[in-house]
Design a protein around this ligand. Structure first.
Ligand code: NAP
Length: 280
């Protein structure tokens, strides 16, 4: 019997024909990239004549490499990761909302018209993850912690998808204000504000999202005290490693619902695949 488990598919080399469509995952270094080991088994399972390869591109060669790939007739597009997300946005001819909000791309598509289209699915991936895991945003009051690149993407997507209100709190206050101003431009449905952890009514939120890097390390403090949150508040982290931050573990132990960081990436791979034309 043929073994078609995802694991066995990922171990077999693809069959390359003369019309195999090529995709890349561009990074530097590239040893850690996950996209090829996710996309290739899907190509195999779907019977798609395509392959995704890692592209280890030093930053100083980025433009040459990207223009070269765009010149190939059988190259569809790229998943984009560190350190190329900002620089590659500059090389795109057109950007989607997620990329315009963040100034960064994590997917680019090379179309037959010769143009390079870029977008960033971090925020959409977060929202798709929430919905996919059975939660909703409509009518909810959201507290977002952080105002870095990932936080901006999440704020814009959460507001765009119609939460009732979002407050942004960040260590550097000016960045919270800038993120709130940006977020307001992408929504007519949600009200947007800023707050601080000292002044916020933490018990008044339905959803709290940690989009800071606090929690990456075992000895990091909790971004906000779990006990000050409403008993049914959905506690979300976007940190992927560890799989459950100490803050999420504390929330879970307290009986509150939790949403892990890996959902944001898992759900956006589908969105990236569709954008670059890999899952047509
Ligand atoms: P970033 O642009 O460097 O932003 C870091 C954020 O964390 C800023 O708001 C910063 O506040 C805050 N911060 C850092 N140290 C802090 C501290 N000690 N106390 C309070 N706030 C602190 O980073 P990023 O790209 O947005 O990434 C943020 C996190 O999201 C990272 O852990 C990353 O791994 C994760 N992430 C996850 C996904 C996913 O798919 N799940 C995708 C992208 C990123 P200041 O503005 O005051 O410096």
């Amino acid at each position: 019997m043929t073994d078609v488990s995802a694991e066995s598919l990922s171990l077999h080399p693809p069959v390359i024909s003369g019309i195999t469509k090529l995709y890349g995952c561009i990074a530097h270094p590239s040893a850690h990239v996950r996209a090829p080991s996710i996309f290739n088994p899907i190509f195999r399972k779907n019977g798609t004549d395509a392959v995704m390869v890692p592209i280890n591109c030093p930053p100083e060669h980025l433009e040459t490499v990207v223009r070269g790939l765009n010149g190939l007739k059988n190259f569809g597009g790229l998943a984009v990761t560190i350190p190329h997300k900002l620089a590659l946005a500059e090389l795109c001819d057109e950007l989607g909302d997620g990329a315009r909000a963040t100034g960064a791309v994590n997917a680019v598509r090379f179309d037959d018209d010769g143009k390079i289209y870029g977008n960033n699915f971090d925020g959409e991936g977060f929202v798709a993850g929430l919905i996919g895991e059975g939660y909703q945003l409509q009518g909810k009051r959201v507290l977002l912690l952080g105002a870095g690149g990932a936080a901006r993407a999440v704020a814009v997507a959460v507001a765009y998808h119609g939460c009732a209100h979002i407050d942004i709190a960040n260590r550097t206050l000016q960045k919270a204000a800038a993120t709130a101003e940006l977020t307001g431009k992408f929504t007519s449905k949600s009200s947007v504000g800023t707050t601080t952890l000292e002044t916020a009514d933490l018990g008044a939120y339905d959803i709290v999202i940690n989009a800071t890097s606090v929690g990456l390390h075992d000895d990091d403090p909790h971004p906000v005290p779990i006990d000050s949150l409403a008993f049914d508040c959905l506690v979300c982290d976007i940190i992927m490693v560890p799989d459950r931050t100490n803050w999420l573990i504390a929330a879970e132990d307290s009986g509150r619902p939790v949403h892990k960081g890996r959902h944001m990436l898992d759900y956006q791979l589908e969105l990236i695949g569709r954008f670059i034309g890999a899952f047509d």
